[in-house]
Design a protein around this ligand. Structure first.
Ligand SMILES: [Zn+2]
Length: 414
């Protein structure tokens, strides 16, 4: 076996072991604190609710662990096991041109992967979410969503991937810079049309009618200089009882969206505090910073791909006999996660830093204790763990874990 194939297997195993080890730590931390509610939360969260959160968290981790092992096995079957090569040979034998062949191979493999992954999605939705009382999704709704997502993926991704394959095949030495420009423009376009054209395919958005709440929200947005294209309530309860709030869109096309489930639990003061947090992200330009960072990482990734695509060893070490632009794309997307995982702690750290900044902003605009109240209600209703493992959290958490976040806000109460 080639030395590069062995390195690939080692990288796959190391990334798998790291993730399993972190998950085990998290499960242990959560279960070992199962018997008592942490002091900071004892007034608002009952022992029963705390234990539900522990059981829910460990049930989700258990499925994730199986999926990690299963996923690593699949990557081996696709690559060294010859799966990709087999699909490629079948479609090449149809003798279409390079771009059509590429599209059929890429979407064929995406379809097979989605089907293989389906049992996990079903188990999560209809077993775990159901068992803990969060699932509102019916089987019909699930099938409708799947068909709609598949159609939307085809409508958006077929032109995009064709364009990328065409640029790659054209073999200008700077193809990767052109592909980068295409990807960025495409991403901006999708963000722009998302609130008005894509999100409404899946959910109903109704303008917020509660006059008192609207008044408060509008005055908060005016104070912050936030121009939005409306405040909407989304029927999130159609799929799940988990609650959330977010703003979407770009430029003048921005919208504030509250899940109906969130408005059911929070009082107007708390809604205002949650919105102030969201506006904190806007004030600190977190969306813009995220886009720039993403653009830089994408450019570096494409530069690396432009080099790899010319190395025969890249294909052979991964079980593919025939070098091609589309195979390079597929192999690259399968192999990069084994290495980009080492960037994850830094990315999570940056995201948590942004969350602290948004919380600080909310604490100034509303009251820190009001945001704490809202967060505690959300932790309780979403069965979030209050006792995470610090290492697991440093690696995976995009938001500061409950105890850290509440302590940070408590320090601001004067
Ligand atoms: Zn946030």
């Amino acid at each position: 076996m080639e030395i590069l194939s062995i390195l690939f297997i080692v990288a796959l195993l190391v990334s798998l072991v790291i993730q399993l080890w972190l998950s085990n730590r998290q499960t242990k931390a959560v279960l070992s604190h199962r018997t008592a509610v942490p002091n900071a939360f004892a007034e608002h969260i009952t022992l029963e609710q705390h234990q539900k959160a522990a059981d829910y968290t460990s049930a989700k981790l258990a499925v994730n662990k199986i999926e990690l092992i299963y996923g690593a096995g699949l990557i081996l079957i696709w690559t060294l096991g010859g799966g990709l090569n087999w699909v490629d040979m079948q479609i090449r034998s149809l003798a279409y041109n390079e771009i059509i062949t590429g599209l059929l191979v890429i979407f064929g493999i995406m379809l097979i992967s989605a089907i293989i992954d389906l049992p996990f999605t079903l188990y999560r939705t209809f077993k775990i979410e159901q068992r803990f009382g969060f699932n509102r999704m019916t089987a019909i709704q699930f099938i409708k969503d799947m068909l709609l997502q598949t159609m939307l993926t085809l409508i958006l991704a077929v032109p995009l991937v064709s364009g990328i394959l065409w640029l790659m095949q054209d073999a200008s030495p700077l193809w990767w810079v052109y592909v980068w420009a295409v990807l960025l423009s495409f991403g901006l376009l999708v963000s722009w049309i998302f609130p008005t054209f894509i999100a409404p395919l899946f959910n109903k958005f109704t303008p917020l009618e509660n006059a008192e709440l609207r008044e408060r929200i509008t005055s908060l947005m005016d104070r912050c200089g936030f121009a939005s294209n409306g405040i909407f309530i989304m029927d999130g309860s159609k799929r799940s009882s988990h609650g959330n709030a977010y703003f979407t869109g770009l430029g003048k096309n921005k919208r504030i969206v509250f899940f109906d489930t969130l408005l059911d639990t929070l009082n107007p003061d708390e809604v205002e505090a949650v919105l102030a947090h969201e506006l904190g992200h806007f004030k600190h330009h977190h969306v813009r910073k995220g886009l720039i960072l993403n653009a830089v990482i994408t450019l570096l990734g494409l530069a690396l791909l432009a080099w790899l695509i010319k190395q025969d060893a890249f294909y052979h070490a991964l079980g593919v006999s025939h070098a091609s632009t589309y195979m390079a794309l597929i192999l690259f997307s399968m192999v990069t996660p084994l290495f980009s995982i080492y960037l994850q702690p830094a990315m999570s750290y940056l995201s948590r830093k942004h969350e602290f900044e948004a919380d600080d902003f909310a604490a100034q605009q509303s009251k820190p204790q009001t945001l704490i109240q809202a967060l505690v209600k959300l932790y309780r209703d979403n069965a979030n763990t209050l006792t995470p493992d610090p290492l697991y959290s440093a690696f995976h958490d995009s938001h500061p874990p409950a105890p850290v976040r509440v302590a940070h806000l408590s320090a601001k109460i004067n």
